[in-house]
Design a protein around this ligand. Structure first.
Ligand code: F6P
Length: 365
């Protein structure tokens, strides 16, 4: 990383993909091109790309043309490759290795003067750690879960809520036709924002989120009450991280015990439990990665564009170790140190939950 004059800047996208990543890349490159004239190097497949000599691509205003409405990330992404915690199988055993020095050397070999990390809490933490090793880093927050407290909103969330709301609308007509209870499982590992907002937007009867442990008996009471009053079908939205009081979230079996835990299955589990307890038929739909795919909504495009452009200005001003964030409708820089490891979860007595309760929506508690 050469002195103070910036000539070459690297950018990567890390962690789970998210609608709006391409809009960030496009805005960053276009702003950089117009105002600073840097050479932009895209690192492919997240931090993993720092360990492969073939994993770079040159980005120009020409090459980012048409990216705004595209889902996914043209750079590719990965949950693996964290330079500080690389899992490798050595002699049949999984070992966690610190390869951060190699990552820093790779950036030096590439001749980059700064690194832009577009990612969730994990990738931003890695960005902060690289910054502490002397790499000039700027972060851009992303997650469909909207659970980063340092920013009022993350891009991708609005698109995910739209997809989930659309699914609820569709389930409503089939639920009504068959007089069934329909359960929709949505993403939301530690935070129930997608379930809460889609549940409110779709007008469901029950919303189950990680922040409010539920009791089966309460859900059954609520459904019976509703069905007694003549409403012959019901909709439930459940976040993947929701769990019964005193229980644990349902995880999917995975071969590698050291890999990040994969949640999922609470919807079908709940359907099986409720099916035994109520007269109505119960069906579950797991929305899964449909929530992460596809074209970003207009507001996600705008937010991603504002963040990408602001990231270029931070690099231009040499304001490193920072992340761009949305605060009170303004894009502002905040330090990565104050941004990471601070999760934004749904407040069980917050205004939005209370509004839902006012409308008779049950949280199963
Ligand atoms: O963090 C975003 C998220 O969408 C979580 O809600 C979900 O648990 C996870 O990603 C799924 O990740 P993967 O695609 O790696 O299974």
């Amino acid at each position: 990383m050469s002195g103070s004059r910036i000539e070459r800047v690297a950018i990567l996208t890390g962690g789970g993909d998210c609608p709006g990543l391409n809009a960030v890349i496009r805005a960053f490159v276009k702003t950089a091109d117009r105002f600073f004239g840097w050479e932009i190097v895209g690192i492919l497949d997240g931090f993993e790309g720092l360990f492969r000599s073939d994993a770079t691509v040159s980005l120009t205003s020409e090459s980012v043309r048409g990216l705004l409405p595209q889902g996914g990330t043209i750079l590719g992404t990965s949950n693996r490759g964290d330079p500080f915690r690389q899992r490798q199988v050595v002699d049949g055993e999984v070992r966690v290795l610190d390869r951060s020095r190699e990552a820093v050397e790779r950036l030096e070999t590439l001749g980059t003067d700064a690194l832009v990390v577009v990612g969730g809490d994990g990738s931003l933490t890695t960005g902060l750690e690289l910054h502490q090793l002397g790499v000039p880093v700027v972060g851009v927050p992303k997650t469909i879960d909207n659970d980063i407290s340092a920013t009022d909103l993350t891009f991708g969330f609005d698109t995910a809520v739209r997809t989930a709301t659309d699914a609820i609308d569709k389930l409503q007509s089939t639920a009504a036709s068959h007089h069934r209870v329909m359960i929709l499982e949505v993403m939301g590992r530690h935070a129930g924002w997608i379930a809460l907002e889609a549940g409110l937007a779709g007008g469901v009867e029950v919303i189950l989120i990680p922040e409010i442990p539920f009791r089966l008996v309460r859900i059954v009471e609520h459904l019976r009450e509703r069905h007694k009053s003549g409403r012959n079908f019901s909709l439930i939205v459940v976040a993947e991280g929701a769990c019964p009081m005193g229980g644990a979230p349902i995880v999917q079996g995975q071969r590698d015990p050291h890999a990040p835990v994969r949640l999922g299955g609470v919807g079908p589990w709940l359907a099986a439990q409720l099916g035994e307890l109520i007269d109505h038929e119960v069906r579950a739909t797991v929305l899964g990665h449909l929530q992460r795919g596809g074209s970003p909504s207009p507001s996600d495009r705008v937010l991603a564009t504002r963040l990408g452009s602001a990231a270029a200005w931070l690099v231009g001003h040499g304001d490193f170790g920072k992340m761009v964030a949305l605060r009170r409708r303004q894009i502002v820089p905040i330090t990565l140190a104050e941004a990471v490891h601070r999760r934004k979860t749904v407040a069980p007595f917050g205004e939005d939950v209370m509004t839902a309760r006012c409308l008779g929506i049950s949280f199963g508690d």
